[in-house]
Design a protein around this ligand. Structure first.
Ligand code: C2E
Ligand code: MG
Ligand code: MG
Length: 690
């Protein structure tokens, strides 16, 4: 019957009144008992008292565990021995025994002092109530006049004394409940049902203990045998339950336990009108660790993560392992989204410290999704689902931390409308491709075009890809888009090649294409169907392909390369792949993200980043494309840095197929330099014609 963190004792509240009452009255009774203690009587019953004291102490330290409840405190078996002392020798020795035993055991358990003071008072007052019943029945023994015989009629007052003890005990604890969001009555009835069985079970042996102590105290320890058996069974049950509710590797609560804790916390927060936050965490690239360094190292890493997570949150928060590399954190008192984000930031910082395992230095990155009670959900399932959606957003965007956003939830009713509309749009052929040229910075020759998809929706107009591709990625629709873009892009390439315009068409593929489908098979089938060579197509992938399963992405790209299909790493610099991974990724081209290129134009813009990416990529034998080249200034700066290819509004905006065809033809006839307004270098023909 314990309680959590200490509320104020100064404020005039039910909690404070109950606490002060229990402490002052209870400890007053202890003092009185000490003063009243009949020392001669103690000396006369020395052996029996010592034996009882030993058993009370043992009973305090080894409570009988009630295993059908999340609360492990259980009911101490010691009450049987305290009551035996009460029947046999009266109030004073029983109170002293009880007080000393609680003091010692709670000090061993390092309980807070305010709890310790209260618990002693609480049990002493309850005992006084029992003693009152005994006194009324005229059954008050003393040390000088021990009661050593029990008759049939004694059963009534014995039972009545237990009832008085139990009622007062539960009533006092309920006096503290208000602070924890329960009414006195709620707490009283809850504890009454929960503790009545165990309390009476423990008290049931008290008359036998009294008889033994009176007539054969030497045999009292024999009682320990069945009691220990009960204890053993109970603790086995508890271990079993512990295992059912905890993860065996990290010892953290598992999903089942988390659900219980969350439901309890939500109930409390709901009553008090407070908020709460649930995080879902997923380690980035954990599978790589497992695959390359083995499961043992993977397990060791998870243990480190578990410890760091525990260290990063408060003791009142709950950290759970959901399985694999997924964890969850419950913050029971969070009201502001900003507070939740701050804690998430702290967790990420705590995990960011590199880990050394098996002499390998590892970076631990984690993506955290946050759902808040009550705004994002009012029950466990809903909060988990939404924290999960937010976690995927954090991972997909590489932001690390995301708060749930209904606007990005593929399952939210508004988005479901869009998904359905998009699916129908694809069926009705509403996707169209625009093409944007990539030209050589050296001589202005066209080295390829990129196919960029748009959705011409009758209701929404021309929808740019950023508005539907992320949604399509989350719902799996992206596979159909990729297939469509490949087919249509190659249709266009076929027609260009037929006109002698041998430009490779670049198609953007998403990470899910690489992970979930046989992309190589699809590309080869489409090339065959169009009668085009492998050089006619280039696949653009972003760094995000490395997030989920780098090994899978690498092997898919390698397979394609063996077939002669080149790949290009898109939006380089925005994600979080390391330069090391770039070395392993089988791509032949790197596209510097337009955010870096844009900075080349800004006054005082620092070209060092672009320059070093160019240098590094050249070192690996890769060709470098600059995206988003909008100005002559950027063009010249890139040329000067020996960047290979430019793509951007400076050269041309993305154009529909027929317009792109005209542009390409004109480019060949007029020559690139004239068209682009640049200094003429080299030939005017497109590269594939050379
Ligand atoms: P991306 O692959 O990096 O494509 C380049 C984007 O930059 C295009 O945006 C293009 O219109 C824009 N852009 C080109 N030159 C300039 C410039 O000079 N200045 C500025 N500010 N922007 C420029 P768009 O067409 O809106 O496409 C956005 C993204 O959507 C693409 O980025 C790509 O990641 C994705 N996407 C486009 N088509 C597809 C597709 O068929 N499949 C998949 N999975 N993703 C696609
Ligand atoms: Mg692209
Ligand atoms: Mg890009």
């Amino acid at each position: 019957m314990g309680s959590r963190g200490r509320p104020s004792l100064r404020r005039w509240s039910m909690f404070a009144v109950t606490w002060h009452f229990s402490v002052w009255v209870g400890w007053g009774l202890v003092l009185w008992a000490v003063l009243m203690l009949d020392l001669d009587g103690v000396a006369d019953n020395q052996a029996a008292l010592l034996m009882l004291f030993a058993l009370v102490l043992l009973g305090e330290l080894r409570p009988v565990i009630a295993s059908d409840h999340a609360d492990y405190e259980g009911v101490p078996i010691s009450s049987a021995f305290v009551f035996a002392t009460l029947y046999l020798f009266g109030f004073a020795p029983a109170v002293i025994l009880q007080a000393v035993a609680i003091l010692l055991s709670e000090m061993v358990q390092r309980k807070d002092i305010w709890k310790l003071l209260f618990n002693v008072g609480q049990y002493v007052i309850s005992l006084a109530a029992a003693w009152g019943v005994l006194a009324l029945a005229g059954a008050n023994a003393t040390l000088a006049d021990p009661r050593t015989v029990f008759g049939a009629g004694d059963l009534i007052w014995v039972l009545a004394s237990w009832a008085a003890y139990h009622v007062v005990n539960v009533a006092l604890v309920a006096g503290l409940a208000h602070e924890y969001g329960q009414t006195w009555w709620e707490s009283f009835t809850e504890d009454w049902w929960y503790y009545t069985g165990t309390t009476f079970t423990s008290l049931a042996i008290s008359p036998f203990v009294a008889l033994m102590a009176a007539h054969a105290w030497v045999m009292l320890p024999l009682l320990l045998v069945p009691l220990l058996a009960v204890y053993k069974t109970a603790s086995l049950a508890r271990d079993h339950q512990h295992r059912a509710l905890h993860d065996s590797l990290t010892e953290l609560p598992n999903r089942v336990m988390l659900q219980r804790t969350v439901e309890e916390a939500l109930g409390e927060a709901g009553r008090k009108g407070d908020g709460a936050a649930l995080f879902v965490l997923d380690l980035d690239r954990f599978k790589e660790v497992n695959d390359t360094l083995g499961h043992q190292t993977g397990d060791a890493l998870l243990e480190v993560v578990a410890r760091r997570l525990l260290g990063a949150v408060r003791p009142s928060d709950t950290v759970a392992r959901l399985g694999g590399d997924e964890f969850a954190v419950l913050l029971p008192d969070i009201d502001e989204p900003a507070d939740a984000i701050e804690v998430a930031g702290r967790i990420r910082t705590a995990l960011a410290e590199p880990v050394v395992l098996d002499e390998v230095l590892m970076d631990v990155d984690v993506s955290i999704g946050i759902a808040l009670f009550p705004v994002h959900g009012r029950d466990f399932e809903m909060l988990m689902r939404r924290a999960d959606v937010a976690m995927y957003a954090a991972k997909g965007d590489g932001t690390g931390i995301e708060l749930y956003d209904a606007g990005r939830d593929p399952n939210s009713p508004a988005k479901l409308g869009t998904v359905t509309a998009l699916r129908e749009g694809i069926d009705r052929g509403e996707l169209e491709l625009h093409y944007q040229p990539k030209v050589s910075l050296r001589d202005g020759q066209v080295v390829g075009v990129e196919a960029l998809v748009r959705w011409r929706s009758p209701e929404r107009g021309l929808v740019p890809p950023d508005e539907f591709i992320p949604l399509a990625e989350r719902t799996g629709l992206v596979h159909r888009i990729t297939e469509h873009v490949l087919r249509e892009g190659l249709d266009q390439a076929r027609s260009w090649w037929d006109q002698g315009l041998h430009v490779p068409v670049a198609v953007n593929v998403s990470m899910r294409d690489l992970h979930e489908t046989d992309l190589a098979g699809l590309v080869v089938a489409q090339l065959d169907a169009h009668g085009l060579p492998a050089e006619a197509v280039v696949l653009e992938v972003t760094e995000s392909v490395l997030i989920l399963d780098a090994a899978r992405a690498v092997s898919a790209l390698r397979e394609l390369r063996e077939l002669g299909v080149a790949a290009s790493l898109d939006d380089f610099g925005t994600g979080y792949s390391s330069l090391l991974l770039l070395e392993q990724l089988p791509v032949s081209e790197v596209k510097i993200d337009r955010s870096f290129v844009r900075r080349l134009d800004e006054a005082g813009g620092d070209p060092a980043m672009v320059r070093s990416i160019v240098g590094f990529a050249h070192g690996l034998g890769l060709s470098v494309v600059a995206e988003g080249v909008e100005t002559l200034g950027a063009w010249n700066a890139l040329r000067q840095m020996r960047c290979d290819v430019a793509q951007g509004y400076r050269v041309s905006r993305p154009m529909p197929g027929p317009e792109a065809t005209r542009w390409l033809v004109e480019r060949i006839e007029r020559g690139p330099a004239e068209r682009a307004g640049l200094r003429a270098v080299g030939s005017a023909r497109i590269v594939a014609d050379l």
